[in-house]
Structure formats: structure tokens, C-alpha cells
Design a protein around this ligand. Structure first.
Ligand code: GBH
Length: 462
């Protein structure tokens, strides 16, 4: 059966500033928490950092040309806050805005719709020095920054994403410590969630007041998709508890205007939630025009103790054991489970019928090399993308209002605490020469983007 997607469906690829730009000292950029964190011994594999990354800052013209050659009609990128406000507050640096104005002009000239993420984890270091995301003031700083960027780019950008994966910003940054700023403190993590929720609401209002209804305001979440290992009540209860602290803590206030029932009790041993003030929920519940979903995998959980769990990894929920079902796993150790994406999209559709949905990230890390024939034969990635795009199609068949899909990532890039060791790109990057080579999966995706028809997995010729 031929699977055809609607006209106007966005076929894009995604990146983020710290992962690709490099040029960390250029044109007045200030330090971010990732510049600091990546220098801490043991924080990033092999001590790598984003100082050069893939040098996108200096190669932006060629990179946009490559996207145009691939026939993408959308590109999701993030703005580096420290390029716009080096200390996280105060006047904007014009050179920083110029860079993103040039980028978006070039995209529009090439017929590529920009999808702009305001925050993909590169918090200005001075804001962390003042307390970071646990500090409520950071939300107000974010709103000022959002307003500046909206004023500068609002004539060019229609799709605005306030935050990328606040789950990661809060829980990897302040709970597990795997990400910058590397803190392990449940109380700070939960306070961060609230500040991030508030930042989203204030940021959404700042964008709306600058741009009116012409702007589409969204957020990108990495909803944790978990299945209970069995129907036993204790296994189901574990899944429900995880959903509460991972997903509902973000979705319910943002889309329904209240923190979910049971959340305060579930977390009261860590915090009393006194940081929630009158009026906050109204702000957090600001109208959203679309929801972005980043999907990689589905977990399976049961009640019990996890023998593999690192005892030093803080967690909000005790008594959770992770099950690793048979199946295909990527280089990240994540199970390939496309049905989880269908289920996620349909669940969002069931709860907020008609809400426009975007898959703002989806992809897989595999070990790729340039073959002697000069190509990168990443057939496992092509198969991954194929099965997940098909999963999106199934959700649309069942009524989900999906408007676009963004492959993660356009390029191999700095994969956070894994450094350059994990390759997610549909375009290969040689880290010695920084040469870009479109992988077979990129050629395959180009066919899809050009036709709106899902190609077979073997249709990878240029
Ligand atoms: C995204 O985060 C980021 O937005 C992006 O910057 C990053 O490069 C990309 O993904 C690839 O990592 O252990 O099986 O339970 C992904 C966040 C959170 C997704 C943890 C997988 C656990 C899967 N990830 N999640 S599992």
C-alpha cells in the first residue's frame, strides 16, 4: 500500500545550538552551563565539548544549501540564549541576532520553513550562578529573552517552540546530574520543573504579545512512554507513578491548568511546593497552538528493585525495575518501538482532540562510517525512520492531527554527555575535516520529503 501524507505536511530535520554551532567565543557570546559542565572531569565522554562542534556557525550558508538539496521544507533549530544575552539579562547583542536573521533569511529563500526553539539547554552561566532553573527569577529572564527574539525574528518565523524537553533540563540537570549543571537534588529538580513551566507560560505570552495570532506557539516534550510489564496492579501502579512525575507534571498544568492529583503527595518527601504562587497556573496554562513531541523509545517497567540501577542515581520513584524486552536496540541502548509513537500521538489526540501535533524529534544512533564507495550505508537508520514515519501515518489514519515530522538529527553532532561518540545524523560529519556526507538514510528521507509518499527502505539512491 502506498502511504501518502497530506500536502503542506512539514518534512524537516532538527538540530540544537550547542550541539552544532561551535564558535563559543564569537561575536560576544557568553558562556553557557554546557561550556562549564563539559569542562568538569568525567562529565562528558572523552572530555569532549562543543567549542567547535560541527562549526555550523561558520558554515551556515553551506548547511542551508545542503538542506535545500535534500528538499526539506522545514528546519528546526534552537537559538543560543548566550549569543543574544551573554549574561542572561539586559540588552540584546546585535551580532547574535544577525546570525539567526541570516539563517532564517537563507532558509526562507530556499523555501524551508524555520521552526525555532528558544531553549535547548544552553542556559547562560550567570543565570546558573544566580540559582539556575530552581530560581523562579529565571522564568522572567526567559520571558524577556523570548520577547527579544520574537521582535527580531517574528517576521520570518511562524512556528515557535518555547522549551525543548523540560524533563531533561530539570531531571538530567538537577536530579541525575547527567547533564549541565550536574546537580543531584530532588528538591531543586522539582523547583526547576515549576520554573520551567512558568517560563513556558511567560515565554508563550511574550511571543504572543509581540506577534499576535500570526505566530504558532508550541513546546517540545519528551513524554516518557512506558508500558507496565504485566497487568498486575503493582506493575500498573509503577507505570502510573512514573507518568505522574515525568509527564503529567508538565502536560497537566500546561494544557489543563492544574498540577495533577496526587503529585504533591508523591513528592512531599522532597519538597512542600511552596514555590507555586497564586496566578502561576493561569500563566502556565497560556493557550498553545500545537504540541511538539520528541520520541525515541518506549520503556517497560515493573514493581521491584532494579539490579542494574546505579545506587547513586537519584530518583523520584522507588521500587521501579526496568525490563529489557527482546528486540532491536540502538547504540544508545534504546529499544526500537515504533508503535509507541502511534500510541503517544493517539493519546495526545484523545486528551486534547484536534490539537495540532508535530513530531519535533525522532531518530536513532548507530555506528556509521563512510564506506570505500564514498557513501554511508546506514540501512538500520533508514529502517528506523521508515517504521516511525509509518507509525505517524497510522496515528493520522486514526484521527491524530499531525502536521509535521522532524528527523533527529540533520547532522551527526555533540551528543551531550556522550560527546561525539554517538551519531544521530542523516548527514555524516567527519570530525577531523568537518566534511558533511549525506547518508543513505538522508537520501531516503529526501525522497520522502520531495514526494510526501513513504518510499521503500531500499529506495536510497541519490
Ligand atoms: C533528545 O533528548 C534531545 O532533545 C537531543 O538534543 C538529543 O541529541 C537527542 O534526544 C538524542 O539523545 O533509557 O530507554 O528509557 C532525548 C532524551 C531522555 C530520550 C531519556 C530517551 C530514555 C530512554 N532522552 N530517554 S530509555
Amino acid at each position: 500500500m502506498t502511504r501518502r501524507f497530506p500536502d503542506g505536511f512539514l518534512w524537516g530535520a532538527a538540530t540544537s545550538s550547542y550541539q552544532i554551532e561551535g564558535a563559543v567565543d564569537a561575536d560576544g557570546r557568553g558562556p553557557s552551563i554546557w561550556d562549564t559542565f563539559s569542562r568538569e572531569p568525567g562529565a562528558v565522554l572523552n572530555g569532549e565539548n562543543g567549542d567547535v562542534a560541527i562549526d555550523h556557525y561558520h558554515r551556515v550558508g553551506d548547511d542551508v544549501k545542503l538542506m535545500a538539496d535534500l528538499g526539506l521544507n522545514a528546519y528546526r533549530f534552537s537559538v543560543a540564549w548566550p549569543r543574544i544575552q551573554p549574561t542572561g539579562s539586559g540588552p540584546a547583542v546585535q551580532a547574535g541576532l544577525d546570525f539567526y536573521q541570516r539563517l532564517t533569511d537563507q532558509l526562507l529563500d530556499a523555501g524551508i520553513a524555520p521552526a525555532l526553539t528558544l531553549y535547548h539547554w544552553d542556559l547562560p552561566q550567570p543565570l546558573q550562578d544566580a540559582g539556575g532553573w530552581p530560581n523562579r527569577d529565571t522564568a522572567y529572564r526567559f520571558a524577556d529573552y523570548a520577547g527579544i527574539v520574537a521582535d527580531a525574528l517574528g517576521d520570518r518565523v511562524k512556528l515557535w517552540i518555547t522549551l525543548n524537553e523540560s524533563w531533561c533540563a530539570a531531571y538530567l540537570g538537577y536530579l541525575s546530574g547527567e547533564h549541565a549543571p550536574g546537580i543531584q537534588d530532588p528538591a531543586q529538580a522539582l523547583a526547576s520543573v515549576h520554573t520551567l513551566n512558568l517560563a513556558h507560560g511567560l515565554g508563550a505570552r511574550a511571543i504572543r504579545s509581540a506577534l499576535g495570532d500570526g505566530a504558532q506557539v508550541a513546546i517540545s516534550h519528551n513524554i516518557q512512554v512506558n508500558k507496565a510489564a504485566t497487568d498486575a496492579p503493582e506493575d500498573v501502579a509503577v507505570k502510573t507513578r512514573l507518568d505522574l512525575v515525568n509527564n503529567e507534571i508538565l502536560l497537566a498544568p500546561q494544557l489543563d491548568g492544574a498540577y495533577p492529583e496526587g503529585l504533591f503527595e508523591a513528592t512531599e518527601r522532597f519538597t512542600d511546593w511552596s514555590f507555586v504562587r497564586d496566578g502561576d497556573l493561569d500563566v502556565i496554562h497560556t493557550r498553545m497552538d500545537a504540541l511538539g513531541l520528541n520520541y525515541y523509545s518506549t520503556g517497560t517497567v515493573r514493581a521491584g528493585e532494579d539490579p542494574d540501577r546505579d545506587p547513586f542515581q537519584p530518583t523520584l520513584v522507588d521500587g521501579v525495575a526496568r525490563v529489557r524486552p527482546e528486540g532491536e536496540y540502538t547504540e544508545m541502548g534504546w529499544l526500537v518501538e515504533p508503535q509507541g509513537l502511534t500510541d503517544l500521538l493517539l493519546e495526545m489526540h484523545r486528551r486534547w482532540p484536534g490539537l495540532p501535533l508535530y513530531v519535533t524529534e525522532n531518530g536513532a544512533a548507530f555506528d556509521d562510517e563512510v564506506a570505500p564507495d564514498g557513501r554511508v550505508h546506514d540501512e538500520r537508520r533508514t529502517a528506523y525512520l521508515h517504521s516511525h514515519v509509518e507509525a505517524v501515518g497510522r496515528a493520522m489514519d486514526a484521527g491524530a492531527n499531525v502536521r509535521g515530522y522532524f528527523a533527529w538529527s540533520l547532522f551527526d553532532n555533540f551528543e551531550w554527555s556522550y560527546g561525539y561518540g554517538k551519531r544521530f545524523g542523516i548527514v555524516h560529519v567527519d570530525y577531523d575535516t568537518l566534511t558533511r556526507t549525506v547518508k543513505d538514510s538522508g537520501h531516503w528521507y529526501s525522497r520522502l520529503a520531495g514526494s510526501g509518499v513513504l518510499p521503500g527502505v531500499d529506495e536510497t539512491t541519490a
